[in-house]
Design a protein around this ligand. Structure first.
Ligand code: ADP
Length: 309
């Protein structure tokens, strides 16, 4: 089922096109990773979905609702974290959650304790938020979005600025919420590596357009490790390769180069295989799938409209 859908959604600020005919679809149960350089339009798309900005043209539907009133009703069921929330530094995590719950008229002591437990914080801990690590603050912020049991969460750059431990904890939390509570999640980041291993679907934004969508498994395939061998004479090498590998185990790259994806033979054996067949090679390297270069390639190269904000 489509939880959120946009059709030809566009947004202009003055003459500047910030969203350009975006057809985006978030399906129930997904963790959708929205990736794109700073300035690509991710936050604007999220703001349009949440009704924080109005479209210049195009539509947003949430759970099929498109009219203003119905959208407003559906949006209330979405938990979101766009800007870092104003946490109260001089009180505990529990007190922070309680204050927000009271403000929204949904105070429930048991629910707050459950949520704090879920995000890895302790309701009985009196540690003041000003002494929290950034990762703890971010988990608390996500906890606040869980008040009222939303079945959809939208998190804009939730791991921005976190250290590797903080990124790991937030990733793990997102996966747990999805797996254990069935929460559908849209999460954005300007770094693909931060979203890797979390998302089930990826959407790449560039210059206001949604330029590519793919399954998590497709991304793994694009980034898989391989052995790269460069030859003087690729034709001779291919004879050896045909005898030793299946067609899907290798790929011919430019400049007399082969990528071998079947790693059942280690490099030393590959070396022996070509040497025994008297095929000369110029270099042989083990290459790790590189997420960031895959990401850059997906966005069409290094040149982009990067605001570097
Ligand atoms: P991202 O979240 O991918 O970094 P944004 O959606 O924040 O991208 O921004 C996309 C582009 O829209 C940027 O060039 C930004 O400067 C511009 N933009 C965003 N909000 C406004 C606004 N309120 N007025 C004018 N330009 C804006």
């Amino acid at each position: 089922m489509n939880v959120i859908e946009t059709q030809n959604l566009s947004k202009k600020y003055g003459q500047k096109i910030v969203l350009d005919n975006v057809n985006f679809c978030l399906k129930e149960g997904e963790i959708y990773g929205l990736v794109g350089r700073n300035g690509a339009g991710k936050t604007t798309l999220i703001r349009e979905i949440l009704g924080l900005a109005s479209p210049t043209s195009g539509t947003v539907a949430i759970n099929g609702a498109m009219s203003r009133d119905a959208l407003e009703y559906e949006r209330k069921k979405i938990g979101s974290l766009i800007d870092f929330p104003a946490l109260m530094p001089h009180v505990s995590a529990y007190e922070n959650m309680k204050a927000v719950a009271l403000q929204f008229g949904c105070f429930d002591d048991g629910e707050i304790k459950d949520i704090l437990h879920k995000v890895g914080l302790n309701a009985d801990d009196h540690l003041k938020v000003k002494n929290f690590s950034l990762g703890m603050k971010q988990r608390l912020a996500i906890g606040i979005t869980l008040l009222g049991h939303p079945n959809v969460l939208i998190l804009d750059e939730p791991v921005n600025g976190l250290d590797p431990t903080g990124i790991f904890e937030v990733r793990e939390l997102i996966q747990r919420l999805n797996r254990e509570d069935g929460v559908t999640i849209l999460i954005s980041s300007h770094l693909l590596s931060e979203l890797s291993r979390v998302a089930t679907t990826y959407g790449v934004m560039e210059g206001g357009k949604l330029v590519k969508e793919m399954r998590g498994s497709d991304l793994e395939e694009l980034c898989k490790p391989y052995i790269k061998v460069t030859f003087d004479d690729l034709k001779l090498a291919l004879k050896v390769v045909l005898d030793n590998y299946h067609a899907h185990d290798y790929e011919i790259l430019p400049y007399n180069t082969l990528a071998i994806y079947d790693l059942s033979k280690p490099v030393s054996e590959v070396v022996k295989m070509f040497t025994d067949a008297n095929v000369k090679f110029n270099s042989i390297t083990e290459c790790q799938g590189d997420l960031e270069s895959t990401f850059i390639a997906l966005m069409g190269g290094l040149h982009g409209d990067d605001d570097n904000k």
